[in-house]
Design a protein around this ligand. Sequence first.
Ligand SMILES: [Fe+2]
Length: 147
Amino acid sequence: MDKLVQLTRIAFSSTFSFYVKAHSFHWNVEGRDFYEYHKLFEEIYNEVYGSIDDFAENIRKLDAYMPTSYHTLSMLTRIEDENRVPNKDQMVQELLMDSEKILIILKKNYDAAEAAGEHGLSNFLAERMDAHKKHAWFLRASIKEQQ
Ligand SMILES: [Fe+2]
């Protein structure tokens, strides 16, 4: 398969699993600051979910098909599943590490899109990097110990 298509499918699938994880954390978070984290995770999953359709259509624009099953998505994603219910600090830490991983995946995808002259796709990926950078900032700031 074309390298750019494969990288874009990996970036899509990783984004999709990040979305699923953030939404499940929104549902499962508990603790004294429940509402604050419930809302933080909601803001993140909503923003990421809002990119999913455009992401998929960018793959179709490359004349490639979208993964059609959970199985295929799980083979492509680089984000590890969370099968437990972590505590809220662990949730934030995990989403932060996943955000940093997604930033690396998106950058690799961006470089391949630029090299292929697919500037529409690279623009889209640059916007996604910016959005995930912001998510990483919010997550990092919410677990930082104050001086
Ligand atoms: Fe909700």
